[in-house]
Design a protein around this ligand. Structure first.
Ligand SMILES: [Zn+2]
Length: 376
């Protein structure tokens, strides 16, 4: 038997891999941080034998409730990721799988690799609609990518979409892939019409260093980027610093920040009701945005989500709140599940890469529904 996590977004520490019935593992903490929950590793084992993997530090992870009713994903071909029997006793996460081939990958959620990220950005660059902007370097020396879609002009509305501030939330980049697919399709009527008077600014991956390092929540120096938006710095959070600078140059009329939620088995939006500038017109547009999604997809719902901030009580270090307040605009955090959509469960795959991409495509319809009124 052999277990390795020495690859892009790999994360596991092997404690004991001598007995396939009692493999002991631990998840590594994010570098210079106490957060951990993301795992991704490859196992070579005995064909036809059941392998029982115990992640013994699961109970002290960032979101222990995230392991309740959760099933890990596995893949033989690194394309199809299916759910495997998983249980949690409050302390240890146990994953069971009988090997059908010599080696298999396991992960917290379907990974979105750095290679795929680079392919996504370069493929978008091929479109005549796209300007690919280098925003600056990350602390590990990677490039921060911004895709500007549509011809910028002062009178056009500006829609900003960022994903994966928390690198372990790989569903957020699958979402972006679906959204871009639709936005760059010149036979998509809504996209074509939108682009006549709207420019999209898309950052597919806010945290490439954390993604490659196999982090859950932080960048190369342990910074949670989604608490840096009040005052980002080049030392701790250059990713946010560059994006905020680019927002300042373009302006923002609508902002969507795409995430995954460890606990709740639903897709939902968190609004900015608690920012000082929130007004009636924002509430009306927010309602229309949600109503549109409710009308077109059973993957979205409004019954479950975060508590709504009281007026003036918003945390202004969080991206959506900070951007809403600074640009006096409509903004949302969009959350997808690691588990499944409990309103439409799928036992084999749970919430998946494809469903995330479909939701990304569908969200364009909600943008279409509010775009005309973003400056009212
Ligand atoms: Zn997040």
């Amino acid at each position: 038997m052999f277990i390795t996590a020495q690859f892009d977004s790999g994360n596991i520490e092997v404690i004991d891999a001598t007995n396939e019935n009692a493999i002991e593992l631990k998840i590594r903490k994010d570098h210079q941080s106490d957060f951990y929950q993301w795992f991704h590793f490859k196992l070579y084992g005995e064909l036809g034998a059941e392998h029982v993997m115990q992640i013994t530090n699961a109970g002290e992870s960032a979101y222990p409730d995230g392991w309740k009713d959760y099933s890990a994903v596995a893949s033989y071909d690194r394309e199809t990721w299916f759910r495997v029997p998983t249980s949690f006793d409050g302390k240890t996460l146990t994953i069971r799988h009988t090997l059908e081939q010599e080696s298999v990958y396991f992960a917290y959620f379907t990974p979105y690799s750095y290679e795929r990220h680079q392919d996504l950005v370069q493929s978008a660059q091929q479109s005549s609609l796209v300007e690919h902007v280098w925003l600056g370097p990350t602390l590990d020396g990677r490039d921060m990518n911004l895709l500007v879609i549509g011809e910028p002009a002062d009178n056009k509305r500006k829609v900003w979409i960022t994903a994966r501030q928390h690198p372990g939330e790989s569903m957020a980049e699958w979402f972006i892939e679906g959204l871009l697919g639709r936005l760059l399709d010149d036979e998509d009527g809504a996209a074509r019409k939108l682009l006549q008077d709207t420019v999209f600014y898309v950052v597919p991956n806010m945290n490439p260093d954390g993604s490659v390092r196999g982090h859950l929540r932080t960048n190369a120096v342990g910074t949670n980027l989604n608490r840096e938006w009040h005052e980002p710095s080049l030392q701790r959070s250059p990713e946010v610093y560059y994006v905020l600078q680019a927002m300042q140059e373009s302006g923002v009329d609508l902002y969507l920040d795409i995430h995954g939620d460890e606990n709740l088995p639903y897709n939902f939006l968190a609004g900015c009701e608690g920012v000082p500038c929130y007004k009636d017109s924002h509430a009306k547009l927010a309602q229309r945005f949600k109503d549109t999604l409710l009308a077109i997809t059973p993957e979205f719902q409004v019954a479950h989500g975060y508590d709504v901030d009281a007026p003036g009580e918003a945390n202004l270090t969080v991206a959506s709140n900070a951007v809403a307040e600074r640009f006096k605009c409509l903004a949302f955090t969009l959350e997808m599940p690691f588990k499944d959509n409990a309103n439409l469960p799928d036992e084999d795959f749970g919430w998946s890469a494809n469903r995330s991409a479909q939701l990304g495509a569908d969200v364009l319809s909600a943008v279409y529904a509010v775009a005309k009124n973003l400056r009212d």
